[in-house]
Design a protein around this ligand. Structure first.
Ligand code: FE2
Length: 181
């Protein structure tokens, strides 16, 4: 289930907000400029479906988002728990960083934990199947796929270089909960 928890940055044990309601999550995130939507597949997606099948099931929403935001490329990333590079892939996103383009992800299957650091608050968002999240450029954040990662996600890019992270060097991510540990 999608879930948002909001903490003061110095109180990682006591969330001041906790909800699994999609509309409530979208409202809270809208306040900090983050888009959160729940999409519906036009047709069922079979296990092992190709990237083309995945994109076809969400074509209307993908086309709308690309038209609204001018994305230059869209791809599908898929990570299973038995991936031999899972530890190194997980580690890549675990510390606080930002990007010079929006980070936009749609979860087709599985789940992952995005955590945003905005002002003196921390927004922890568990994204699951059918969740779209768009984090504005410059927003400091980290992402945890967990020790047994399992997700399929559509990624939207405006820059030709793909994923480039700028790390802040802080330890804040280590003071907040990791995913499923
Ligand atoms: Fe990122």
């Amino acid at each position: 289930m999608s879930r948002l928890r909001i903490f003061a940055e110095n109180a990682p044990d006591t969330p001041e907000f906790d909800s699994s309601d999609g509309d409530a999550i979208a409202r809270e995130l809208q306040e900090i400029g983050v888009t959160f939507e729940r999409w519906q597949a036009a047709q069922p997606i079979a296990p092992g479906a190709s990237a083309e099948d995945v994109m076809a099931a969400y074509r209307a929403d993908i086309d709308r988002l690309v038209a609204e935001r001018g994305f230059k490329s869209v791809d599908v990333v898929s990570i299973a728990p038995d991936n031999p590079k899972r530890e190194e892939m997980r580690a890549k996103f675990l510390d606080e960083h930002f990007h010079k383009e929006d980070e936009v992800r749609f979860f087709v299957a599985g789940s992952g934990l995005f955590t945003l650091h905005v002002g003196d608050r921390v927004y922890e968002i568990e994204c699951v199947k059918d969740d779209l999240i768009a984090v504005p450029d410059g927003t400091t954040h980290w992402f945890d796929m967990g020790p047994e990662p399992s997700f399929v996600a559509i990624r939207f890019f405006t820059e030709p270089d793909g994923w480039v992270g700028h790390f802040t060097g802080t330890d804040i991510a280590r003071r907040f909960p990791r995913y499923r540990e």
